[in-house]
Design a protein around this ligand. Structure first.
Ligand SMILES: C[C@H](O)CC(=O)C(=O)O
Length: 272
């Protein structure tokens, strides 16, 4: 049974407050034991509307929970999605302020940029392949407003799929130039490998994840559109971020992208 609107509003307010204050909250599933997936997306939508009202612009979607191991950990057999906004976007090697992040972790991903709308009913693989304009290497900086990342499906969905920020590489490639299933990924922190993986880790092929999202959004009556960015899901394990960290991700056939986080001294200066 769907939760009462007052419960959804209270949960959305709690996440919003945690993002503003940095006082992270207990898991929603513990505070509101009846919450289901539909409730969680309704909570996410409330805060999306709040961000839009504050002048932020939607630039696309992120897909999460695409790795079978992570799905098993959270007890689900499907991915989830969150909304990407203009102010989450950082360029290759552009310094990222720690102040705006919440318990940040990084993941290496493949970003898709669409050149056509996917507004047909139940889009398929051929539709998605035709609609992709280009792909890019990306680093997603995930975050959680839930204390200690103690999340299950409803907690992360409500929290905009634990999104935070993202960095895109600067050299777009065409889909036909790369085999996304086979491309290997290594992420280094100051030269040391901290996460390795491959395209196949993302639902067998990152294109499968984009098909899942395209179908989901079409079914919701909010189809993916030309110009939308899609972060397709992690290719390897998430890695916690500390101030001053620099992560470089290389994805075979796609090139490299670097995420640079401000130092502890800069964090201290910002908070005085
Ligand atoms: C909890 C996050 O959704 C993880 C994520 O972004 C991913 O699995 O990819």
């Amino acid at each position: 049974m769907p939760s009462q609107p007052a419960v959804l509003a209270e949960a959305a307010d709690a996440l919003w407050g945690a993002a503003k204050t940095g006082h992270y909250i207990p898991p929603l599933r513990a505070t509101y034991p009846g919450l289901d997936a539909a409730d969680a997306y309704a909570i996410q939508r409330r805060n999306t509307e709040r961000r839009l009202a504050a002048g932020r612009r939607v630039v696309g979607c992120k897909i999460g929970l695409t790795a079978r191991a992570v799905q098993a950990q959270l007890g689900v057999d499907q991915p989830d999605f969150g909304v990407l906004f203009d102010d989450m976007s950082f360029g290759d090697a552009e310094p990222i302020s720690m102040q705006r992040l919440h318990q940040p972790k990084v993941e290496a991903e493949i970003a898709f940029v669409l050149g056509r709308d996917l507004d047909m009913g139940n889009p398929g693989h051929a539709d998605v392949v035709k609609a992709v304009d280009h792909v890019l290497p990306a680093i997603e900086i995930v975050g959680s407003r839930i204390a200690g990342w103690d999340i299950r499906f409803v907690d992360t969905v409500a929290d905009n799929a634990s999104s935070g920020a993202f960095v895109l590489g600067g050299s777009p490639r065409l889909l036909r130039e790369v085999d996304l299933r086979l491309c290997g990924m290594v992420m280094n922190r100051r030269g040391e490998p901290v996460s390795v993986g491959a395209g196949a880790a993302c639902l067998g092929n990152p294109i499968n994840a984009v098909v899942w999202l395209a179908r989901t959004m079409a079914a919701l009556g909010q189809p993916l559109r030309a110009g939308d960015l899609v972060l397709s899901g992690a290719l390897g394990p998430m890695v916690p971020v500390a101030p001053g960290d620099v992560f470089e991700t290389h994805i075979n056939g796609l090139g490299s992208v670097k995420a640079v986080f401000e130092t502890a001294a800069a964090v201290a200066k910002e908070s005085t």
